[in-house]
Design a protein. Structure first.
Length: 370
């Protein structure tokens, strides 16, 4: 048992090495909330995966800040002495807001594990020390620019290339990459930019031996995803639609996907992420670890999760250098074989470097029990 004594919220901003364009917007900077939770015997970190705008999900930085400050943190203070299994129930009176909740769940877990000297990977049930990594390539300005980026990432060792797509340039881009690299693991991610009226696009994509088509339709369209899956050969993968183990089970039972992208931040934190993993594994559905341009803190959490046995496909767990010139932690580095190390120290096994943290801080607020 340990008790949360105080929470420091911090908004940070880090420039991205290259702008990241998806079908829902362009990111030039990573701006996110970090929570530092102080317990009786340690301090733990949680990184919130919301962005500046509610484009990927309805949660966004300023909303998450208020949800944490005014509702979730007070609930955690009121809960008193806690073990990890008590944290989600303590926050359950707040409906939804999984990304805001994940921030505190993960920070508490980090602090609790640091008190015990146990690594996050071991606590979650990891069975390997390195994970195979893929990379997500944003929508490029031209086919040539895309081919150059893909070539560079392959040269670095990445084991799977995921192309962001949007209506209009999809088939032509995939065809060009597949022609240049006939044997690579290749997938596409539509970020919900299509409807069932686009079925011909997906039939055309069937020709390119893709590992998967990720989240083609609206996040609430499970029945439509199932209808699309029946009409194409390529496996569908869901991301935005998977918000919990319950929604993963529903998607699988409906036949809406054959692969699941697990983002711990999107499903309410690492504990629910393990439940999503377990539900998929029980159903024989492969999973992989998604990414949301996390700093080295969130990336350490993702790497620990990706080391669980059901994570059989390379994830968007790319090296710090793919995102930032200088991360806030020591960088996570890709080996030439396309793998990265899972951290082994207590908790997340990484810390923000104080100088870097100060340099990128936009705002802080300290929260304490009344
Ligand atoms: O490597 O962290 C990464 C980015 C992987 O493509 C990626 N993430 O839709 O999955 C996504 C996308 C994303 C990025 C979503 C930022 C939301 C915010």
């Amino acid at each position: 048992m340990t008790r949360v004594r105080s929470i420091e919220l911090r908004l940070i901003g880090l420039p991205l090495v290259t702008p990241f364009r998806t079908s829902f917007g362009v990111e030039t900077d990573k701006v996110c909330i970090l929570a530092r939770v102080e317990t009786d015997g340690a301090a733990g970190w949680g990184e919130c995966v919301t962005g500046v705008d509610p484009g990927f999900s309805e949660e966004f930085n300023e909303g998450a800040w208020l949800a944490i400050r005014d509702h979730l943190a007070p609930a955690l203070f009121r809960a008193g002495d806690l073990e990890p299994e008590g944290v989600e129930p303590a926050l359950a009176a707040v409906r939804g807001n999984p990304m805001a909740k994940a921030t505190l769940v993960n920070a508490f877990l980090d602090a609790w594990l640091r008190e015990r000297g146990e690594s996050l990977a071991s606590f979650l049930g990891a069975d390997r020390e390195r994970v195979a990594c893929g990379v997500s390539v944003g929508i490029a300005p031209s086919v040539d620019a895309l081919l150059e980026q893909v070539g560079d990432y392959l040269a670095e060792g990445y084991r799977r290339i995921k192309l962001k797509i949007e209506p209009g340039t999809d088939v032509e881009r995939v065809e060009a990459v597949r022609a240049a690299y006939p044997d690579i693991l290749l997938s596409v991610d539509a970020n919900a930019a299509y409807s069932l009226a686009h079925v011909e696009v997906f039939r055309a994509l069937d020709a390119f031996d893709l590992l998967m088509v990720e989240q083609p339709l609206h996040h609430e369209d499970l029945v439509e995803h199932a209808a699309l899956q029946r009409q194409i050969r390529t496996d569908l993968c869901l991301d935005e639609s998977i918000r919990s183990a319950a929604s993963a089970r529903a998607a699988i039972e409906l036949g809406a996907c054959r692969i699941v992208n697990i983002k711990q931040g999107r499903v309410g934190g690492l504990l629910e992420a393990v439940r999503v993993h377990d539900a998929c594994r029980a159903a024989g559905v492969p999973v992989w670890c998604g990414g949301m341009l996390e700093t080295g803190l969130g990336r350490a959490a993702n790497l620990a999760l990706a080391a669980l046995p059901g994570f059989t496909l390379p994830g968007d767990t790319s090296a710090s250098a793919r995102y930032f010139t200088e991360d806030i932690t020591d960088p996570h580095v890709l080996a030439t074989d396309g793998t990265m190390a899972v951290t082994t120290g207590p908790g997340l096994g990484v810390e923000p470097r104080p100088d870097r943290l100060e340099a990128c801080t936009l705002r802080t607020e300290r929260l304490a029990p009344p």
